[in-house]
Write a protein that binds this ligand. Structure first.
Ligand code: KG4
Ligand code: ZN
Length: 346
C-alpha cells in the first residue's frame, strides 16, 4: 500500500471543516483537523438557515484549508489528492465546498474525489480503529439513526433505522419539555444520574415488531403527558420528578437501541465475519448508559465494540479525506461524484 496524503473539505451542514489525513501500511493518521462551527450565527433563528450557512461556508473555507495545511506542516505539493463532500446536505454549502476544492485541485494539479458525507461517517471506524470489512455500524446523532453493514468503501447495507425522530433529537426535545438547556443530551444524562429509571413506564416503541426499525417520537409524547400530569397535580415539576423523568426516558432509549442492536448483530453475524465488530458513532454514543448497554450486548454476542472519539464522530473533514483516500484506492471515483447533490443515498 502506497502512502497517500489527502486534504479533505466538508461544508454540507453547519460546520466548515478542512483536514489532512495520511494513510499507508501502518494505518491512518489525522495530521490536522480544523472545524469552524456556525452555532452562534444560527442560534437567533432556532435552526440552521441554509442561506446564512452557505455564505458562512464561502467566507470560512479558504481560512480553514490554510489552517489545516499549516497545522499539518505540509504544502499543496505534499498532497496526493483532495476529497470534498459532494452531498447529501444543504446545497449552497455543498456547492461552496466543491467550488473551493475544484479551485485548489486545478491550481495544484491534484486529483479531486467527491465523497458522500454519510460514507465519511460510516468509514470513520476504519480511520480511527482500523476495522476490517464487514463491520456493523450504528449511527446515532441528532439527525441520524441507522444500522449499516459496511462491506466496502462503496458498499453499505442498511438494516433499518428510525422511522421518525433521531434519538439525539428526542434527547433535545426532552430537555426542552423539562425546561433544561440545549443541547439536551448531556443535560438529560446528568439529570438522569439522580433519577430512578423505573419511575415512569415510558414505552419501548417497535420492540414488538420484527426488524431493526426504531421510533422515538412516541416517547416524546409520553413524556409530555407525564409532565403535564405532574404539573396539573403539583403546580410544577419537583426536581426529583424531573430527574426521574430523565432517567426513565434515557432508559427507554437505551433499551430500544440495545434490543435493536442485538437484532442487527444477528443479521450481521449470519455472514460469519472473520473479525466481528460494532462501531457506534454520533453524538448520542457519548451517553454512558447507552454505551454500557451496547457494550454488554456486544460482549454477550462475542463482537468487538468500538466508538470513535467524539470529535471524529461529529461533522469533520478528516472523515472526508479518509473516505476520499479509500475511494481513490478503489479506483471508483468518477466526475459525476463531483456534482453537488442535496440527496445522495448511500
Ligand atoms: O453527532 P452530533 O454532534 O451532531 C449531529 O446530530 O449531526 O449529535 C448531536 C446530538 C444532539 O442531539 C445531542 O443532544 C446528542 O447528540 N447528544 C447526546 C449526548 N451528547 C450529545 N445524547 C445523549 N447523551 C449524551 N451524552
Ligand atoms: Zn454528519
Amino acid at each position: 500500500t502506497k502512502v497517500l496524503t489527502f486534504l479533505g473539505i466538508e461544508s454540507s451542514c453547519d460546520d466548515t471543516a478542512a483536514a489532512v489525513v495520511r494513510h499507508g501500511p501502518a494505518g491512518a493518521e489525522v495530521l490536522a483537523s480544523v472545524v469552524a462551527g456556525q452555532v452562534a450565527l444560527h442560534a437567533p433563528f432556532g435552526g440552521v438557515v441554509p442561506e446564512i450557512a452557505a455564505r458562512a461556508h464561502a467566507e470560512k473555507l479558504d481560512g480553514c484549508v490554510e489552517e489545516a495545511l499549516a497545522q499539518s506542516g505540509l504544502g499543496l505539493g505534499d498532497l496526493d489528492g483532495i476529497a470534498v463532500t459532494a452531498g447529501p446536505g444543504l446545497i449552497g454549502g455543498v456547492m461552496s465546498g466543491v467550488m473551493c476544492a475544484r479551485g485548489i485541485a486545478a491550481g495544484a494539479g491534484l486529483p479531486l474525489v467527491g465523497v458522500n458525507h454519510l460514507a465519511g461517517h460510516a468509514l470513520t471506524p476504519r480511520l480511527t480503529d482500523g476495522l476490517a470489512f464487514p463491520y456493523l455500524m450504528l449511527l446515532v446523532s441528532g439527525g441520524h439513526c441507522q444500522f449499516l453493514i459496511a462491506r466496502g468503501p462503496e458498499s453499505f447495507q442498511r438494516l433499518g433505522g428510525t422511522i421518525d425522530d433521531a434519538p439525539g433529537e428526542a434527547f433535545d426535545k426532552t430537555a426542552k419539555l423539562l425546561g433544561l438547556p440545549q443541547p439536551g443530551g448531556p443535560v438529560v444524562e446528568a439529570e438522569a444520574k439522580n433519577g430512578n429509571p423505573k419511575a415512569f413506564p415510558f414505552p419501548r416503541p417497535l420492540l414488538d415488531r420484527p426488524g431493526c426499525d426504531m421510533s422515538f417520537s412516541g416517547l416524546k409524547t409520553a413524556l409530555l403527558r407525564a409532565r403535564d400530569a405532574e404539573v396539573a397535580a403539583h403546580g410544577g415539576l419537583y426536581r426529583q420528578t424531573r430527574a426521574d423523568m430523565c432517567a426513565s426516558f434515557q432508559q427507554a432509549v437505551a433499551d430500544v437501541l440495545a434490543e435493536k442492536t442485538r437484532r442487527a448483530l444477528k443479521t450481521y453475524l449470519e455472514d460469519a465475519p472473520a473479525e466481528p465488530a460494532l462501531a457506534v458513532a454520533g453524538g448520542v454514543a457519548a451517553n454512558q448508559t447507552i454505551r454500557a448497554k451496547l457494550e454488554s450486548v456486544c460482549a454477550e454476542m462475542g463482537v468487538r465494540f468500538t466508538a470513535p472519539p467524539l470529535k471524529l464522530c461529529t461533522d469533520n473533514a478528516a472523515m472526508i479525506a479518509y473516505a476520499g483516500i479509500e475511494r481513490f484506492r478503489a479506483g471508483t471515483a468518477t466526475a459525476a461524484d463531483l456534482v453537488p447533490r442535496p440527496r445522495w443515498p448511500l
